[in-house]
Design a protein around this ligand. Structure first.
Ligand SMILES: Cc1ncc(C[n+]2csc(CCOP(=O)(O)OP(=O)(O)O)c2C)c(N)n1
Ligand SMILES: [Mg+2]
Length: 629
């Protein structure tokens, strides 16, 4: 005799979500840790009613943010900090509320971070069409705004009959919990269907534990890799976010200590080894270290682990200049494992490193030469000294530089606090300057580099690990774009530190504009000038301290090194979120370090300097190696 629960679609979703668990290495936990919602007519009645009736009873906490994009950033940051073993669900109304999530959905997908998105959709029965906020596509009548989620989701479905959930939800959770497939998962929910009831087989709501797989490498490929490593004179490792998500830091440390192979880091991978580990050669690529980049340039074997090899990592394919260089990639995702013509080892980072360590030992591999190890040591020491110099405040200047602020904040919070950042000049500077002492202490969203991630991201990290000190570094531009989750944090009683570095605008893009031979234009925050009618007037003064205070934050203005140190200490002891506003000299920029990033320069121009820059650009593209053997 079949048994059923009669529930609406909305109620069924809440109950199902609450009962999904993950297991990895024998540890089990709930996968969806809460529901974030901004209600509108599209979701307040259907899914919203289900949330009210069931979420508390099912132990799912409900959160009410200020912006749909922001709540998805928070969910992604939460999931990233939890090594993708837990996330949040996010629901919106139809139309603009749903559209607001698309940007952050892309961010999650680019970064391979699970988030569950439940936007509402137009009536499946189409009777009241066009419903408020409906985009009426004149030709494709089944298209809705939510189709904009398709290219940025790893799984997409639209539920036009309740019972479709029986097939859709398990598939959604399979994708969310799969390390290779994960990203944004979107289930669009027509307004009428959310409220419709169905007789659900009770088995549908039984607790389900999703095993998070750790695939082992194919033995034949391990044999081949061992031969390649044994034959290499100048091997390096590039370690990305996947190493951290796989919790492979210790395995990586043991591996490199056994064989003297230097590790270079990406934005998502930084922190996998302590900054001062002798084999941590620093960050690689366009924003990389002189040490890592010299090793990369001359490497004959590059072992990439858990990285998607973005253009910043490969310096737009200029990083590797040894004609004999070969790549091997350990990655759980086949797409990433096959980049740069690498020998693809589709496997979990921790498992692969553990197996490689023992196989290399059995093969009597003794590791790299003494000469190579001492070269690595010298390069690292020189790099660390350079960074200490860049981080140290210079006496006497009226304003600090951004690099000095980073150094001061890092000194004050230590290497175990988590720093959060995403866009602007600071990601590149943090990559070089920040000194993490724990794999979870460096949280950069630099796959999508989405302005606005910073504050909601900090909130997500703090929710994931409330005991950890969290410091958000945010530019004035990103802050002005998205700051209102401060209100959410205040409401939740969450204490974190936000440092606004105010340099009057989009200074990193201004720097880039100059680098591509264009005059300063449209990036600083300036008044329209009465005479020129251009945006060349004085800086528009923004009182960020008052702004933060108006949202309930504790706010401090800090201009000198001493004031910054003191403010960070005060923030740590404050009873609520603290915003520290630091004005900086925009022209104290990161010095050039001989690296490159491909940003094309105009091929023709009336400006002499643009034409000169184009010549330099064309010359630089000659260093690109688009294809490797
Ligand atoms: C949503 C979004 N829009 C535009 C950009 C392009 N962009 C990257 S950094 C930046 C300026 C950021 O300004 P600010 O936060 O003040 O940092 P600064 O450049 O001054 O370091 C812009 C416009 C982006 N990354 N994300
Ligand atoms: Mg700025």
């Amino acid at each position: 005799m079949n048994r059923f629960s009669r529930l609406t679609t909305g109620q069924a979703i809440v109950r199902f979500m609450a009962r999904q668990y993950v297991e990895r290495d024998g540890h089990e936990n709930r996968f969806i840790d809460g529901i974030w919602a901004i209600f509108g007519h599209g979701n307040v009645a259907g899914l919203g009613q289900g949330i009210v009736e069931f979420s508390h009873a099912e132990g799912l906490r409900f959160y009410r943010p200020q912006n749909e994009q922001a709540m998805v950033h928070t969910a992604a940051a939460y999931a990233k900090h939890r090594n993708r073993l837990a996330t949040f669900a996010c629901t919106t109304s139809i139309g603009p509320g749903a559209a607001n999530m698309v940007t952050a959905a892309a961010g999650a997908t680019v970064n391979r971070i699970p988030v569950l998105l439940l936007p509402s959709d137009y009536f499946a029965n189409r009777v009241p069409d066009p419903v408020l906020q409906q985009v009426e596509h004149p030709i494709e009548h089944d298209v809705s705004l939510n189709d904009a989620f398709r290219p940025v989701s790893r799984f997409f479905d639209r539920i036009s009959r309740p019972e479709q959930l029986l097939a859709s939800l398990p598939e959604a959770f399979r994708v969310l919990t799969d390390p290779a497939e994960t990203g944004a998962v979107t289930i669009a929910l027509p307004e009428d269907v959310q409220a419709e009831a169905h007789n659900w087989p009770i088995e549908f709501f039984e607790k389900r534990v999703w095993h998070v797989r750790r695939p082992v490498p194919e033995p034949e490929l391990v044999v081949a890799l061992i031969e390649m490593i044994k034959g290499a004179q100048r091997p390096i490792i590039i370690s990305g976010g996947g190493t951290i998500y796989s919790e492979a830091s210790e395995a990586l440390r043991e591996f490199v200590e056994a064989f003297g192979i230097p590790v270079t880091e990406t934005q998502a991978g930084k922190g996998v080894l302590n900054w001062n580990h002798p084999l941590n050669a620093g960050p690689i690529g366009s924003n990389g270290a002189t040490s890592a980049n010299k090793l990369a340039r001359e490497a004959d074997l590059v072992l990439t682990i858990g990285t998607r090899l973005s253009d910043f990592t490969t310096a737009s394919k200029t990083a590797f200049q040894n004609p004999a260089v070969r790549f091997v990639a350990i990655n759980v995702a086949p797409m990433d494992a096959n980049k740069l013509s690498a020998r693809p080892i589709v496997a979990d980072a921790k498992r692969a490193l553990t197996i490689l360590l023992s196989e290399l030992k059995s093969a009597s591999y003794k590791g790299t030469s003494e000469a190579y190890r001492s070269e690595v040591k010298n390069l690292k020491e020189a790099w660390d000294a350079k960074i200490t110099e860049l981080r140290t405040p210079q006496a006497g200047a009226p304003l600090l530089g951004e690099l000095e602020v980073i150094g001061l904040v890092n000194e004050a919070v230590g290497g175990k606090a988590t720093v959060v950042c995403a866009a602007g000049g600071m990601p590149g500077e943090l990559l070089r300057l920040w000194r993490p002492e724990d794999p979870k202490s460096y949280h950069l969203e630099y796959g999508f580099s989405c302005m606005g991630y910073e504050i909601p991201g900090g909130l997500g990290v703090k929710l994931a690990e409330p005991e950890r000190e969290v410091v958000v570094m945010v530019g004035d531009g990103s802050y002005l774009m998205m700051n209102s989750e401060i209100v959410t944090a205040i409401g939740e009683g969450i204490r974190l530190t936000i440092v606004i570095v105010d340099n009057h605008g989009y200074q990193c893009i201004l720097g880039l504009q100059r680098a591509v031979g264009v005059s300063d234009f449209g990036n600083e925050l300036r008044f329209r000038d009465g005479a020129t009618k251009q945006l060349t007037g004085k800086y528009i003064p923004v009182d960020f301290k008052k702004h933060a205070e108006s949202m309930g934050a504790n706010a401090i203005f800090a201009q000198t090194a001493e004031e910054v140190r003191k403010a960070v200490g005060e923030a740590r002891n404050a009873d609520r979120l603290t915003v520290i506003v630091v004005p900086v000299d925009p022209e104290k920029r990161m010095p050039g370090m001989g690296t490159w990033w491909d940003v094309p320069v105009a091929e023709v121009s009336g400006e002499e300097k643009t034409r000169k820059t184009r010549e330099i650009y064309e010359k630089a593209t000659e260093n690109q190696r688009p294809v490797f053997a």
